[in-house]
Structure formats: C-alpha cells, structure tokens
Design a binder for this molecule. Structure first.
Ligand SMILES: O=C(O)CCC(=O)C(=O)O
Ligand SMILES: [Fe+2]
Length: 352
C-alpha cells in the first residue's frame, strides 16, 4: 500500500451521510465537554400561572433553536419508573438470541417495534455494525389515561413468558406520555403560538419507546468512532425525544459549529431533543440535532428513549409563526403517517 493510501485510510472521516439524506461535516471525531446543553427546570409548566409556563417556554425556545437539546429537570416523574424499566431491560437482553428473535422487528413490516439485534445496523457505514441492541414498543390506547379513541390497535409485539415486562414498560410509558402532552403545550408557547395549538395533533399520538443495551466498547479492537459506534450518528424522526440514561455516559451531540459535544448524565434529568418532524413543521426554526452513542464507560450501558410525534392522520402543515412571505415553507406538506412510514422503513433497513 502506498504512503498516500495509508494516510487516507487512517485519516478521520469528517463527513457523514445520515438516513434522512443529510450530509454533515465535523471538525474532529473527539467529543468535548462544552456546557452547551442547558439544564432547564421545567417545574413552571405545571403552574396555573401562564407567566410561569411562558418563562420555561422561552428557555426552551432558545435551546430548541440553538442546539436542539436540553436537560429537563423537575419533570415530576418518580425515579422508580426508570429503575424498574432498566431492570426489565437487563432481563430481556439477557435472553437467548433465539428467544429475542421471536419478536424480531422484521416480523412487523413498516413499523418500528420489536427486537433490533445486536450489530444488526450500520447507520453511517462504519467498518463494523453498531454495537447496540434494542426493543421497541408503540403507543397503546389501553395504557393512555387521556385516550380519546381505542379503535386503532397497537402495533407492538411482546415476548411470551416474560411476566410483568409489558406492564412495567407501559407504566413508565404512561408517565412519559402524560408529560409529553404537557411538553407539547410548552413547545407551542415556545413557538409563540396559542398553548393548545398542537392539542389535536397529540390526542392519538405516535409515542414509541425503546430500551437499548450497549455492550462496553472500551478495550475492544474496534474502539475508534471511525470503526464502530454504539449507535451511529443520526437524527430522530418524530417531533421530540425524551431520553432516560443510566450513569455510563456516552451520548454525544453534533453542535452547529461541527464539534461533538458530550451529553453526560445529569441526575434525575431527562435529555430532551428536537427531532426531524418538528424541524420540518417549524420550517427549520427548531433544530433536529445529529447525535450518536459510544459506550466507553467500561460497563454495560442501558438507555430508554421515548419518541413523541403527531397523529398519523394529521397533516404536517407549517406552524404559522415559522413562515412568512420572505420565509416560505421548505418542505412539501404530507401526512404524519406517510412521513412516519417513510422514515421508519429507512431506519429499519439502514437506508441512506
Ligand atoms: O442511548 C441513547 O442515549 C440515545 C439513543 C438514541 O439516540 C436513539 O435511540 O435514537
Ligand atoms: Fe436518537
């Protein structure tokens, strides 16, 4: 091999092609702690005083339009739901591959539910597939205290012989669902729209959730982020995501200036990030930020993202405060359902 070829092969790959078709560049593959991700106390969203709710919304407006990520503290969800969920995650992922494959996601075409095998995906064409496995489940009106219609059945599939698994996961899902509806009102205020602007969109929401397991990557031959990621760089596809992390760390966010910024765990906080559907509806005012996970903690990492999006029957029309004659809509209008199916398929097939 010539010297030039060796240098090229070893040089960090500084552009990435994402599953939404976007190409992003970055300056270095090494993540830093920059303090760019704000910690927002969201207690005010539960206040009866609109001024308290607006005060939180203005902080969210700044974070959502600058970096697309923030930590939400004082969200009111008891820590026991997180602990119980991680206990169930440890139980599920320690099952044999044969058992886990009985609920393989490939058994449910077009839907992002079921088991996603370890090293089964490669989001950015790294040398080795992503070092994580996941189990996803979807909204189920039976577990929604605010359900308006129970006619559309849930698309989820569940392992047999794992008592309390489904009930425990839905117990946390229900908590997050209730919070997500409240946060949707907060986002409406953040966009300087009436608080109830999105209410119709989330009566029968898309509300998928997943548990993830990342074996530890430190010490393996595949340590470089060029060779392997826990979950490769991507954007989420719904409106916003609320991630519950354990204490391992490893989540990294690509800032607008092209730097990988660490998003370490903050005790009691949910990591909230804007996703592509919200970016689309706000005509790019809210930013859906690229992120990835590399688990170099020396421990097994568990996490649990909750993805919140709009009713499949609603049209993704632009938010009026985000468009004008000078700033027309950048995206064609489609239904939330068409959008979801398109993105879920790309994610499941590792398509670009
Ligand atoms: O594990 C995490 O912290 C984030 C996972 C993630 O980004 C995803 O599943 O979309
Ligand atoms: Fe994500």
């Amino acid at each position: 091999m010539s010297t030039t070829a060796t240098i090229e092969a070893d040089a960090p790959q500084l552009t990435l092609k994402l599953q939404n078709g976007q190409i992003v560049s970055y300056k270095s593959n090494l993540a830093r702690d920059t303090g760019e991700i704000p910690i927002i106390d969201i207690k005010g969203i539960f206040s009866d005083d609109i001024k308290d709710r607006q005060a939180v919304a203005e902080q969210v407006r700044e974070a959502a339009s600058r970096i697309g990520f923030f930590y939400a503290v004082n969200h009111g969800i008891d820590a026991r739901y997180k602990e119980d969920t991680f206990d169930q995650a440890r139980r599920f992922f320690s099952l044999s591959m044969e058992e886990k494959m009985k609920v393989w996601t490939g058994l449910v075409p077009n839907e992002y539910v079921g088991y996603h095998p370890l090293e089964g995906y490669n989001r950015n064409h790294r040398k080795y597939n992503d070092l994580s496995e996941a189990f996803n489940w979807a909204y189920d009106a039976q577990f929604d205290p605010g359900a308006v219609a129970k006619d559309r059945p849930s698309t989820s599939i569940w392992p047999e012989n794992l008592p309390e698994f489904k009930e425990t996961l839905y117990a946390y899902h229900t908590q997050l669902l209730t919070l997500a509806r409240k946060m949707t009102r907060m986002f409406a205020l953040a966009l300087h729209m009436p608080e109830d602007y999105f209410d119709e969109y989330v009566k029968r929401p898309e509300a998928g959730m997943r548990i993830l397991h990342y074996p530890e990557q430190e010490g393996s031959a595949k340590q470089s982020p060029n060779d392997q990621n826990g979950i490769g760089a991507h954007t989420d596809f719904e409106c916003f995501t609320m991630v519950t992390q354990d204490d391992c760390g490893g989540l990294e966010v690509l800032s607008k200036s092209g730097e990988w910024v660490r998003a370490p765990p903050v005790p009691g906080a949910l990591v909230v990030n804007i996703a592509d559907c919200f970016m689309r509806q706000t005509n790019d005012f809210f930013v859906s930020t690229v992120h990835r996970v590399i688990n170099k903690s020396g421990k097994e990492r568990y996490s649990c993202p909750f993805f919140f999006g709009f009713d499949r029957e609603m049209l993704l029309e632009p938010v009026p405060s985000c468009i004008s004659a000078e700033n027309p809509m950048n995206y064609p209008v489609m239904s939330s359902g068409e959008y979801y199916t398109w993105r879920a398929n790309r994610a499941k097939n590792s398509e670009y």
